[in-house]
Design a protein around this ligand. Sequence first.
Ligand SMILES: NC(=O)c1ccc[n+]([C@@H]2O[C@H](COP(=O)([O-])OP(=O)(O)OC[C@H]3O[C@@H](n4cnc5c(N)ncnc54)[C@H](O)[C@@H]3O)[C@@H](O)[C@H]2O)c1
Ligand SMILES: O=P(O)(O)OC[C@H](O)CO
Length: 340
Amino acid sequence: MMNHITVLGAGSWGTALATLLASKGLAVNLWARDAKFCAEIARDRENPRYLPGIKIPQEIKICADLPQALKKHQMIVLSVPSQSVREIAKAIKPYLSPETMIVNTAKGFETETLLRLSQVLCEELPTYCGEQIGVLSGPSHAEEVAVRLPTAVVVAANHQDVAETIQDTFMTPFFRVYTNMDLVGVEIAGALKNIIALGTGISDGLGYGDNTKAAMITRGLAEITRLGLILGAEAQTFAGLAGIGDLVVTCTSMHSRNRRAGIQIGQGHPIDQVLSKMGMVVEGVSTTRAAHALARKVGVSMPITEETYQVLFEGKEPVEAVTSLMSRCKTHEGEKEMLG
Ligand SMILES: NC(=O)c1ccc[n+]([C@@H]2O[C@H](COP(=O)([O-])OP(=O)(O)OC[C@H]3O[C@@H](n4cnc5c(N)ncnc54)[C@H](O)[C@@H]3O)[C@@H](O)[C@H]2O)c1
Ligand SMILES: O=P(O)(O)OC[C@H](O)CO
C-alpha cells in the first residue's frame, strides 16, 4: 500500500478518488491547475462545479502548485481528460522519483496519435514504461463513489505486483478492486464504451425503447470486442468489469455525461451547445473520432461507431443513423463475426 498520494485533476473523478483515499487515512494532495478555483474549493471544502454536495475532508491538501503537490508523493493518480494526459505527463516528469507509481484513471485514446493512454505515458515517461504504470477502470460514477455506494472496479498493469499495490491502495469496504493483467483490453474497453453510451443516449433521445437500448449495448460490446481482439486484447476482459460492466452503467445511468449528451443530441439539440452546456468532459466525442480512424486503419467493422461518427462530425440526422443500422445487410452472431 502507498501512503502518500497526489491526485492530479480536481474534476468529478479526481475529487471523488481523493475523498476515497483520504477516507483510508492516506495522505492525499489534490491538484487543480486553476489557482482561483483551487482556493475556492480549499476554502469551502466542496467542489460545486464538478461534484456538488460532497464534503472534501480537511485532511486533503488542495493546491494549484504542481511541485508542491508532488513534494512527498509515492503514487500519482491522473484524473484529467484523455487529451490532456500527454501535457500532464510532460509537466510531472521533473518531479518523479524512481519509486513513483502512476495510476491513470482517464478513459480514452489520444486522438492525434490513436495511442492508448498508457502508451502516451510510456512515450513521455520511458523509465516507467511497462513497469510502474497502472490503469483504474470499470463501472464507477464519481457521484456514487463519493457517497460510498458499493462499487467494483478493475486495475490493470503489466506486473502483478504493481496491480496489487494499486488494488491495496484503493480498496475499501465500499470500493472493491479486482486486478487484471490485460492492460490493452482494459484500456480499450474503458475508452470505447463511451461511444456506445453516446449512441444509446441518442436512441433514448429519439424516444426509442428498452429493446433498442439492449440491442445497442449488446451489439456495441460485439464491435468493441472485435476492435480489441485485433489490437491485442483478451476476449475475457470484455465480459468483465471494464467491458460489459462499464458498458451497462454508462449506457443506463443518468450520471453518465456521455449518455446525457447523447439524449440531448437525439432530442435535436445542436451538438456544440450540448457539449458546452455539459461543462464536464464528454470523452465519447474524441473517442468516436479516434476509434473511427483506428477501425479504418485495421479494417474492422464498427457500425455503431461509424453511425455515431456521422452524427457527431458529418451532420447526419440521428433518426437516419438508426435507420442505417437497422437496414444493414443481414448477418450472423457469434465467434465468426469477431474475425472481421
Ligand atoms: N466522472 C466519473 O464518474 C469518472 C469515472 C471514471 C473515469 N472517469 C474518467 O476520468 C477522466 C476525468 O473525468 P472527470 O469526470 O473528472 O472530468 P471533469 O470534466 O469532471 O473534470 C476534468 C478536470 O480536469 C481538468 N483539466 C482539464 N484539462 C486539464 C489540463 N490540461 N491540465 C490539468 N487539468 C485539466 C479540468 O479543469 C477539470 O478539473 C475522464 O477521462 C473520465 O472518462 C470519470
Ligand atoms: O460520465 P461518463 O459518461 O464520463 O462515465 C463515467 C464513468 O466512466 C463510468 O464508469
